[in-house]
Design a protein around this ligand. Structure first.
Ligand code: TYM
Length: 380
């Protein structure tokens, strides 16, 4: 028995990322590949530098294509739900960085169909409301409006239906059972859905690179089984680890696990402060005296981990926090204070960008250069 689980539907336990790489058949991003990225990009995003972006499929082929002038395109997505949390922004923030560095087109799939099929408590109206709301948060990340197309599955389906059927015809029931753990009680909509999550990787004849957390990788295994038979490239992927929940460094931040484990994008300053102070798992000692004497453990401290993943881009400053916490100079309350300040500054900025996105969102969905091209295009 394994003590952790990672599937597109469930992430729990203390994740052994090396084991996961072996199980999923992906590859670790080794130093040589990181250096290659650095040479091309001028610098590395902190998530790559600190190995939070840790695994890939065929990233080397993407860079080869880029070098040869063939280029590549990016694809990522979101299953809309009530309220996004900062974990959901992690792959999007990294995707934005990739788009800026490589000037690549980006497709963002909003899987209203998937959510409707999976979450029985949602009505269709709920799902559409959530999708609209989530799209604003996604647009607020700041992608290039002429190189980005955000679409809802239910709306774009008319442009892709023949290709979707051609893809579905290649995927058997036994494949989705084996890959996703579906059984005879799974509704047939969900058995069909994986075909749609594959489709955006066929939007261009170039090679596709998918940034996501590693829970989505089973879809790319299916994609890679069928792509060449349909006349497309096997997709490449670049995987992040999971932003941990407040309660401790195992599992992933998830909104369905209850509001206390996650910082939602709508949380106000007071809520953030209370959640972090109350719930953020600490690597500190029981008393101040002991902490001063023995020091804390940043490896298990959620506040430190979040700073490292997202909120402290400066390596020297991060190291200072690490050293001070280890030595006992920095107390748990002080470390939490740093995180609270960063989180609230981040969320304040996000709220402002979201407000602006209300005006810009049509460009991503309908009026921008890429969006217009996509609405004029059909796929067989
Ligand atoms: P969804 O909505 O569950 O998640 C959206 C993206 O966020 C990632 N993610 C996290 N990343 C870091 N830390 C976390 N705690 C965390 N929780 C979620 C997910 O890996 C994902 O990248 N079926 C998909 C929607 C989808 C998609 C895609 C995702 C369609 N096409 C292509 C990625 C790439 C879903 O429900 O994602």
């Amino acid at each position: 028995m394994q003590d952790f689980t990672v599937t597109p539907w469930e992430v729990s336990g203390a994740i052994d990322y090396d084991k996961l790489v072996r199980q999923f058949g992906t590859a670790r991003i080794e130093a040589a590949l990181r250096n290659r990225m650095e040479n091309k990009c001028g610098e590395l995003h902190q998530m790559l530098r600190r190995e939070f972006v840790f695994s890939h499929r065929d990233l080397n082929l993407i860079l080869d294509d880029y070098d040869k002038g063939r280029g590549f395109f990016l694809y990522t997505g979101r299953g809309p739900s009530r309220g996004m949390h900062i974990g959901h922004l992690v792959p999007l923030i990294f995707t934005k960085w990739l788009q800026e560095r490589f000037k690549a087109n980006l497709y963002i799939e909003i899987t209203d169909d998937e959510k409707f099929l999976y979450r029985r408590e949602y009505s269709w109206t709920d799902v559409q409301k959530n999708a609209q709301d989530n799209i604003l948060d996604i647009a607020a990340v700041g992608f290039d409006p002429d190189r980005t197309f955000i679409f809802r599955d239910s709306e774009y389906v008319k442009n892709v239906y023949p290709l979707l059927l051609r893809t579905a015809r290649k995927i058997t029931g036994s494949t989705v059972k084996a890959v996703f753990g579906f059984d005879d009680s799974t509704n047939v909509g969900l058995s069909f859905y994986p075909a749609y999550q594959v489709i955006p990787s066929f939007f261009e004849k170039k090679r596709c690179l998918i940034p996501c957390a590693i829970d989505q990788d089973p879809y790319w295994r299916v994609q890679r089984d069928v792509a060449e038979g349909l006349g497309f490239h096997k997709t490449a992927a670049i995987h992040t680890k999971f932003l941990p929940p407040l309660q401790g460094v195992s599992g992933k931040m998830s909104s369905s696990a209850g509001g206390e484990t996650a910082i939602l994008l709508t949380d106000d300053e007071k809520t953030v402060k209370n959640k972090v102070n109350r719930y953020a798992f600490s690597g500190g000692q029981a008393t101040v005296e002991e902490h001063r004497k023995l020091g804390g453990n940043p490896e298990v401290d959620v506040s430190y981990q979040w700073l490292s993943i997202l909120f402290e881009p400066d390596d020297a400053r991060l190291k200072q926090v690490y050293d001070d916490y280890r030595s006992g100079k920095l107390l748990t309350g002080e470390l939490k204070g740093i995180l609270i300040e960063r989180l609230n500054a981040f969320l304040k900025e996000h709220r402002e960008k979201r407000k602006k996105a209300e005006k810009e969102v049509r460009r991503f969905m309908y009026d921008g250069k890429l969006a217009k091209e996509m609405w004029a295009r059909t796929y067989e």
